[in-house]
Design a protein around this ligand. Structure first.
Ligand SMILES: [Zn+2]
Ligand SMILES: [Zn+2]
Length: 249
């Protein structure tokens, strides 16, 4: 047990040293690049940066219109006042999200934070950054919350306050893939709890996650945060699944 711990520690140290000693590599394909935490020209061409495009509230692509907010958000304003994602979900951005969970964590978190940081433009000058929490059993098996690593990097970069433990996941949720919107809402209902209400009362909370798929999880977090007194909830993710059907909305 102790030997295994020492071995893990040594491996982490070795990787840490390598990260600094070796030339910077493209976060997408691994070829050597001149700048740290960036992409090579080939990968750069492939990535679809979403940035500030789309609906000013939900971030989904807008149909040809003068409005800056989509019809769905105008009809029924979502709980999350502003959703932004750095890139579209594809082979490359998925690869980064997987390596953040299982691979060169700190380097990947820095790369993501570099492209997510410009999206943190809250109306509130002192928002709180908060990761979408994992259930403790998931946390134990993985050892860390990948979104918390990104929060740490963003907080350092932008000098913003972060609250990594104020929100917790009290219920294990099944994979939401393939469920109907109603089933998803039911699956995540009551899954989150605010541990520290004082930390968020009257504040703008910016939730941070790696991949945005259906949005049900972040929506459940937002509901819990608002009930506990948060004034406004926003969401910024690394990647977002943008389906053709959403383009038609
Ligand atoms: Zn590359
Ligand atoms: Zn919208």
């Amino acid at each position: 047990m102790i030997a295994a711990t020492i071995r893990t520690t040594l491996l982490v140290c070795a990787r840490w040293v390598l990260d600094f000693a070796l030339p910077p590599r493209c976060a997408g394909c691994g070829t050597i690049v001149p700048d740290v935490h960036s992409f090579c020209a080939e990968c750069w061409k492939q990535i679809e940066f979403l940035g500030e495009a789309g609906c000013g509230v939900c971030g989904l692509p807008l149909q040809a219109t003068d409005s800056t907010v989509c019809a769905a958000c105008l009809a029924r304003p979502p709980r999350i006042a502003r959703t932004r994602s750095a890139v579209a979900y594809d082979e490359l951005s998925r690869g980064l999200a997987i390596r953040l969970k299982y691979g060169r964590k700190v380097a990947i978190a820095r790369t993501m934070a570099r492209y997510m940081a410009p999206l943190v433009q809250s109306a509130d000058s002192e928002p709180i950054l908060m990761p979408v929490p994992l259930h403790r059993t998931r946390l134990w098996s993985r050892g860390f919350n990948q979104s918390a690593l990104v929060v740490h990097e963003l907080s350092r970069r932008l000098e913003l306050r972060s609250e990594v433990l104020a929100l917790s996941r009290t219920k294990r949720t099944p994979p939401l893939k393939g469920m109907s919107p109603l089933q998803r809402r039911k699956a995540v209902a009551g899954a989150f709890r605010v541990r520290d209400k004082k930390a968020i009362a009257g504040k703008t909370v910016i939730l941070i996650d790696d991949v945005l798929t259906t949005g049900s999880t972040a929506e459940a977090c937002a509901r819990t945060l608002k009930r506990a007194g948060a004034a406004r909830v926003e969401l910024i993710t690394w990647a977002r699944v943008v389906r053709p059907v959403q383009l038609m909305r």
